[in-house]
Design a protein around this ligand. Sequence first.
Ligand code: ADP
Length: 243
Amino acid sequence: MEIIAARKLTKNYNSLKAVDEIDFIINKGECFGFLGPNGAGKTTVMRMLYCFFVPTSGKINIFGLDVTEHQSVIKSRIGVMPQDDNLDLELTVLENLIAYARYFDIPKSQSTKIAAELIEYAGLSEKTHVNIKKLSGGMKRSLLLARALINNPELLILDEPTTGLDPHTRHNVWEKLDALKVKGTTLILTTHYMEEAERLCDRVAIMDSGKVITIDSPAHLMDIHGGNLEEVYLKLTGRRLAE
Ligand code: ADP
């Protein structure tokens, strides 16, 4: 069953076409990745999906609803782990989650309990009352993932979930995402780590300069083009992902 359908989706920043008439469908329960180097347009796509940006043209339906008409219902059913750390630096770990729960109208009586569970899930119980400023980069990423689950979302959007993490913490995040998939949560992520895409994604959209070059499973792409995903990317775009 399709959970997202995007048609001729376009976003311009003045004269720059950051996302250029792209089409894709994402099915319920799958892990779908947007792959491409910096500047390909991945974050812009994510921001349109979680209703942060309005598309310049084209359409997005999420849960069968048009994003321009049903923003609040859609937002209530999705979780977002943004690329930038937008935690409130003045608050503690617990306070951050309780404040975030207010966006979803979760009453304080419930949010305190949910927040404590999510802090444990993030492995941060010892930091519950510690100010965000005192957390490491990896701890903040773990907390951002936990925060994205506060409304028990059906669809989770993750913009570069493991960028900058050490290998151990990265594997930890992957295991959490595996568990969410098993639970039936639909995952959409952006990454420029090929290993991450191969490990997690059922299908990937390969992006370059605002366009989708192809959409397929990593295994099938490697099968038909030969080599690993990095080499597939080079073959399809003539560019290296690290450029
Ligand atoms: P990616 O996530 O693949 O790195 P982005 O979606 O962040 O790509 O950016 C795509 C293009 O749009 C880049 O050329 C970037 O400089 C530009 N861009 C992104 N956000 C903005 C913005 N808010 N205003 C103007 N240009 C932007």
